[in-house]
Design a protein around this ligand. Structure first.
Ligand code: NAP
Length: 466
């Protein structure tokens, strides 16, 4: 009998199944398009002996040892519900379904409650690291009933990335907690990628550098404070040559990126919780604008392009600017997690979250070690930027962020994520902001009332109320 089952042999499911088999577990696999099952097993080489090809959901369930656990690796939404509906009648009380795709955590909460009524366990498990991570060791964020995690914990920890002897996998909280953390992870990923792309844009358009001239800079940064997976792969993408044109690959890639799932959900959930993760919001917005190529071209012909080749930025200052913006993006993500944790009563351990992001996932970076330590010590006012180790870094890095943003904006080059990160930072170090005027305006037109600073009385009105 197999130790675990898996439905969905796409990119991630196939890689995860091989990872599980390689760690010494027997796994039964099923896929909607049945031909792919045999092809997958045939291509698995010596791992095939650990795989059971199940051509029907019935065969899948029949080949599992009880209590059964089945991982679903299908696209979020209707496909997950359809797969669950197929499996429910075949399962017994105490069996566990694990949705390992990028689900909307609201759906995970709904599914967990519905399956609990039937005596079935439902785990929402975020898996990060792309295909390579799934195959060799992803970061795994688990949510659902804590007791049901026991059924899959051994396998999950065995297949997860390893950071200095500690698995990058953890049960983080009940119902949708795991998928929520994965969603915010992806939101941070959006912000980090966008900020890196903004720096690439400054170097390409502002300084007139080719991708190959820019690559060494990222390679150097990857040896320093910015060391991370995304900086590392950026250098490789910058260096890639296109076989057809013979020129840089980037020059033939359309400048349009989608934003359908987790990035958008991060922003929606942040706003629902009364938060604003502005760097993530701007990154999602930038992807939306990126898809409006014809409108952007019309804008350029009407208003003219930004100045090209007029900037001469200091490499060290760019590095510091990116560091400051990255810390702000991580900090906004953590603040959002904290807010959701309080709202949904999850008791998220932010230190542990940062720890399991240190290897295997797309946003893995050297910073996360310090972030987990700062989170364990408690973030002052919930802000990473106020944690002593980070406040010192921000003092040095924010002036660089300011100069880089100023230079970029002066040349007319867009920097939505970095400039909004800076705006957030400046707002959060201003003890007296300008919302007094907004309150005055609201009271003027709507008699909404305001609170006085001198005597603390609320529901006060201006002279227009007389
Ligand atoms: N790709 C990544 O880097 C990555 C990273 C982290 C998380 N994820 C998440 O992982 C999940 C799977 O992604 P993927 O990249 O592996 O997708 P994929 O390569 O497109 O594979 C999708 C799989 O789902 C099956 N499927 C699609 N619609 C179905 C339906 N209505 N009913 C039953 N099965 C259905 C497909 O079966 P057929 O063969 O029959 O079409 C296929 O096996 C998604 O939630 C994705 O967001 C992806």
């Amino acid at each position: 009998m197999a130790d675990i089952g898996l439905v969905g042999l796409g990119t991630m499911g196939a890689a995860l199944a091989l990872n599980i088999a390689e760690r010494g577990y027997d796994i039964a696999v099923h896929n909607r398009t049945v031909e792919k099952i045999g092809q997958f097993v045939d291509s698995a080489g010596e791992l095939a002996s650990r795989l059971t090809a199940a051509e029907t959901p019935e065969a899948l369930v029949a080949s599992l040892s009880a209590p059964r656990s089945v991982i679903l690796m299908v696209p979020a939404g209707a496909a997950v519900d359809a797969t669950i509906d197929q499996l429910i009648p075949l399962l017994d009380k105490g069996d566990t379904l694990v949705d390992a795709g990028n689900a909307d955590f609201n759906d995970t909460r709904r599914r967990e409650a519905a399956l609990a009524e039937r005596g079935l366990n439902f785990i929402g498990m975020g898996v990060s690291g792309g295909e390579d991570g799934a195959r060799h060791g992803p970061s795994i964020m688990v949510g659902g009933p804590e007791k049901s995690y026991a059924a899959i914990r051994e396998i999950v920890e065995a297949i997860a990335a390893d950071y200095q002897g500690s698995p990058c996998a953890a049960w983080l909280g009940p119902d949708g907690a795991g998928h929520f953390v994965k969603t915010v992870h992806n939101g941070i990923e959006y912000a980090d990628m966008q900020m890196i792309a903004e720096v690439y844009g400054l170097l390409r358009d502002g300084e007139g550098k080719t991708p190959a001239e820019t690559a060494p800079l990222f390679e150097r940064w990857n040896e320093g404070k910015l060391r991370s997976y995304l900086i590392e792969i950026t250098a490789e993408v910058l260096r890639a040559q296109d076989k057809t044109s013979g020129g840089p690959l980037l020059d033939v890639i359309r400048d349009s990126a989608g934003q359908k799932g987790t990035g958008r959900w991060t922003v929606i959930e942040a706003l629902k919780l009364g938060q604003s993760a502005s760097a993530i919001e701007s990154a999602v917005a930038a992807r939306s604008w990126s898809s409006m190529g014809e409108a952007r071209a019309a804008g350029e012909s009407r208003f003219g392009a930004a100045e090209k080749g007029t900037l001469s930025l200091d490499d060290g200052e760019l590095e510091q600017a990116l560091l400051a913006a990255r810390i702000i993006a991580y900090g906004q993500g953590l603040a959002l997690l904290q807010s959701a944790s309080e709202h949904f009563d999850w008791s998220l351990d932010l230190g542990r979250v940062a720890e399991i992001w240190r290897a295997g996932c797309i946003i893995r970076s050297d910073l996360l070690d310090d972030i987990s330590q700062a989170a364990r010590e408690g973030l002052p006012h919930g802000l990473l930027t106020l944690a002593p180790a980070f406040a010192d870094r921000m003092e040095t890095a924010v002036p660089a962020l300011r100069r880089v943003v100023l230079e970029g904006l002066r040349a007319g080059l867009p920097m939505p994520a970095m400039s909004s990160a800076l705006a957030w930072f400046d707002t959060m170090r201003q003890s007296r902001g300008s919302a007094d005027l907004i309150q005055g305006q609201r009271d003027f037109f709507g008699r909404h009332g305001f609170e006085r600073t001198d005597n603390g009385l609320s529901d006060q009105h201006g002279p227009w109320a007389d």
